[in-house]
Design a protein around this ligand. Structure first.
Ligand code: NAD
Length: 295
């Protein structure tokens, strides 16, 4: 079991959704929390909410796709804490659903910039930081079930998350090869969790704007409704409980919908080995598997 009391956890994308849920849960266990986020308004509001719960939490403005922004954030963290025990390399975005031939290069640049370069900077910077500390650290990076098989209309997201899984695996593999045990690496592959992620387009930076398609707010139906249940959607609290339990077990691969993700991994692996058509997560009957397999 991890003992979070008195430790320091940095959580990117901590202003909302799974990141905020982790901040709350760890803060309640006595951990010192640093949330970072590109959304300053939401970040400051999250800091106040956490403080009101009696949690020692502070917010830092941070764009994970920008290397200098990581350096600035780390300098600010070092002013406050001599050691960091956990990095939750969590922030991410989803672009609008669009077929490959309708995607513009700015769609790819925005998604890969945040979802691939963001975690890569986090792994590089915090591995270096934690390697130099006396205590051991853990870096828990968030990918997605979208990583394990193609996903029509969400190609950039699926590609970015597949790359993140392999990135974390390479970090852990090299740590094993060179017998470096200062940092333990994990990758989280959530299924559908009730968060604000489908509204990422509303905060898309202007340099990546797609003027053809103005973003519209999406009001998603929650866990427990027919629409929410279709993909086995679960609440942030449930997802965080599952993630923290697997961190306690010391797992490298962490799931929120283990059986659903396992089914996709097996079907995709069999497609590769038997030369069948790749699995398309857009048309997979999630409802069937979610009901049957969700644990
Ligand atoms: P969310 O939108 O509720 O939270 C993501 C946070 O990241 C937001 O506060 C946002 O402002 C922040 N962010 C966006 N771009 C950023 C940037 N460039 N720099 C710093 N912060 C930035 O979404 P969530 O669902 O909690 O997402 C957390 C992680 O979980 C993401 O990596 C996402 O891909 C992954 N995930 C989510 C689901 C799901 O169903 N919700 C499923 C699989 C994976």
């Amino acid at each position: 079991m991890e003992d979070y009391k008195g430790k320091v956890a940095v959580i990117t994308g901590g202003a909302s959704g799974i990141g905020f849920g982790i901040a709350l849960a760890l803060g309640q266990k006595g951990c010192n929390i640093v949330i970072t986020d590109i959304n300053v308004k939401a970040g400051k509001a999250a800091e106040i909410k956490l403080n009101e719960e009696g949690i020692k939490a502070s917010f830092i403005e941070h764009d994970i796709s920008n290397e200098n922004s990581w350096d600035t954030a780390i300098e600010m963290i070092k002013l406050k804490f001599s050691e960091v025990h956990y990095l939750f390399n969590n922030a991410g975005i989803v672009n609008r659903a669009v077929p490959l031939n309708k995607m513009i290069i700015k769609d790819w640049q925005w998604v890969l910039g945040v979802n691939l370069w963001g975690p890569l900077f986090g792994l590089r910077k915090f591995t270096e930081l934690m390697d130099g500390q006396a205590v051991q650290g853990r870096i828990i990076t968030t990918a997605s079930t979208a990583a394990v098989a193609p996903f029509s209309k969400w190609a950039a997201y699926s590609v970015s998350k597949a790359a993140v899984v392999r990135l974390v695996e390479n970090y852990q593999a090299e740590a094993n090869l060179y017998k470096k045990d200062k940092v333990k690496y994990s990758v989280v592959m959530p299924g559908v969790v009730e968060t604000n992620i489908f509204n990422s387009e509303l905060n898309r930076p202007s340099e990546y704007a797609n003027s053809d398609v103005p973003p519209k707010e999406i009001i998603a139906k929650g866990a427990g409704t027919a629409e929410g249940d279709t993909a086995g959607k679960i609440s942030v609290e449930k997802a965080v409980e599952r993630i923290l339990k697997q961190i306690d077990y010391g797992y490298t691969y962490i799931y929120t919908h283990r059986d659903l993700t396992a089914m996709l991994i097996i079907e995709q692996a069999s497609a590769m080995l038997l030369n069948k058509a790749p699995v398309d997560q857009l048309v997979v009957d999630y409802a069937y598997y979610a009901k049957k397999m969700q644990r």
